[in-house]
Design a protein around this ligand. Structure first.
Ligand code: ACO
Ligand SMILES: O=CC(=O)O
Ligand code: MG
Length: 361
């Protein structure tokens, strides 16, 4: 059950920092995963600061059981020794039923709780999981004397989690966002796939058969097929639930590292539907996410033009043969607000957006 409105923003432990009233809209186009126990990856982290919006030290799946303690300690060392500047610092803890998660939280909060921005919780099933983490974090924050509350991000990777999506988003003022976890979700749903995110050639629709002069369908004639997106339904649910609760939706992992083209397509579908970012599993995917989740110069130019033409934002105007009104100007404001936020942290993008001529507007 969700707490009554009057108690929703009350700290859950004496001495814990006051919960945030609003989740900050910090750019997070790529959430870049690294294993803090892998020396080669860990060594790259300081140089990645400033090149990616979020660096996430992963402690869960993809870290071998015998390396869990090493990765946790590696994360503590990186957290203490790194100045993250404009880059956010997140972690993915082990699942709540695992033998490692209690030590993850009781170690990370006192050691590097002041450096961490967001704790990603995997395999969240319902509000009860968030309530557990919420209270424990409050106790640990109070004991550590933290002044800034940690935010919580849930991965949607079970059928029950998807069914309970709204209550998960509403479970705590710490809730920062949701990510799609397509690999675990596929397994939990008993989908017949063996991939980490992305499409499947068997999930398609086929063009109707052509008909001969007598109207008889030619079933054996060549017919075009169109591959469909396995994740459309779940992403759309995530976007609505997150928008309703003032938190942020993300595409999760795309496992075919070499298929940069299909990765870009999946990320772009998510961007167009309302997601703010995606996971990056390999440095090559940072570039893709940064590109896709930044509005194009053309879209920003058009949006600025509509906003300028619409004056106080009411009424209707014609631009290039198209009707624009209150509803389209609101979409344009979303686009420009994102462009402004990105320009503030990304000098290359700022230069591109600044180059849009006043004449274009
Ligand atoms: C379903 C889920 O839960 S998804 C989330 C969990 N999975 C992960 O976090 C996976 C993270 N990524 C990885 O483990 C690796 O990128 C792999 C296994 C996919 C590929 O690793 P490799 O085969 O070593 O890739 P590759 O040879 O292209 O690496 C090139 C360099 O980039 C480094 N690198 C690879 N991935 C990363 C990364 N995520 N962060 C930083 N550096 C990386 C490698 O260490 C290597 O360094 P080197 O040039 O000093 O030798
Ligand atoms: O954790 C991510 C997933 O796809 O599973
Ligand atoms: Mg998973």
């Amino acid at each position: 059950m969700t707490r009554p409105a009057k108690d929703f923003f009350a700290p859950l432990a004496v001495g814990a920092p006051a919960p945030l009233r609003e989740i900050p809209a910090r750019p997070s186009r790529a959430i870049h995963f690294f294993d803090p126990g892998n020396e080669k990856m860990a060594a790259k982290v300081p140089d990645m600061v400033g090149t990616v919006d979020v660096l996430l030290g992963n402690l869960e799946d993809a870290v071998k059981a015998e390396n869990k303690e090493k990765s946790r300690q590696g994360l503590v060392d990186i957290g203490k020794s790194t100045d993250f500047g404009p880059t956010q610092f997140w972690t993915r803890i082990n699942s709540l039923d695992s033998p490692w998660v209690l030590d993850d939280l009781t170690t990370l909060v006192p050691e590097i709780g002041d450096k961490l921005d967001v704790i990603m919780v995997p395999k969240v099933q319902g509000a009860e999981d968030i309530h557990y983490v919420d209270r424990l974090l409050a106790q640990l924050e109070a004991r550590a004397g933290l002044t800034k509350p940690l935010q919580v991000h849930a991965i949607l990777e079970t059928a029950r989690g998807v069914a309970n999506i709204e209550e998960i988003c509403a479970a705590s003022p710490r809730m920062q966002g949701l990510s799609l976890g397509p690999a675990d979700l596929a397994a939990d749903r008993r989908m017949k796939t063996t991939r980490v995110g992305g499409g499947h050639p068997g999930y398609l629709v086929r063009q109707d058969p052509a008909r001969d002069d007598l109207g008889v369908p030619q079933y054996d004639a060549q017919r075009t097929t169109y591959q469909q997106d396995l994740w459309h339904y779940t992403i759309a649910r995530m976007v609505d639930a997150c928008a309703m609760h003032g938190i942020y939706p993300y595409y999760g992992p795309f496992g075919d590292i070499k298929d940069t083209v299909a990765c870009e397509d999946q990320f772009r579908n998510a961007f167009l539907l309302g997601c703010v970012g995606a996971w990056s599993l390999h440095p090559v995917q940072i570039t893709i996410a940064n590109k896709v989740f930044s509005p194009s110069v053309e879209d920003v130019a058009h949006a600025r033009r509509v906003i300028a033409a619409m004056g106080d934002g009411t009424g209707a105007v014609m631009i290039d043969g198209k009707m624009e009104d209150d509803a389209s100007v609101k979409q344009c404001r979303v686009m420009v607000a994102l462009a402004d936020a990105l320009a503030a942290i990304d000098p290359e993008l700022k230069e591109q957006y600044d180059r849009i001529e006043v004449a274009d507007v």
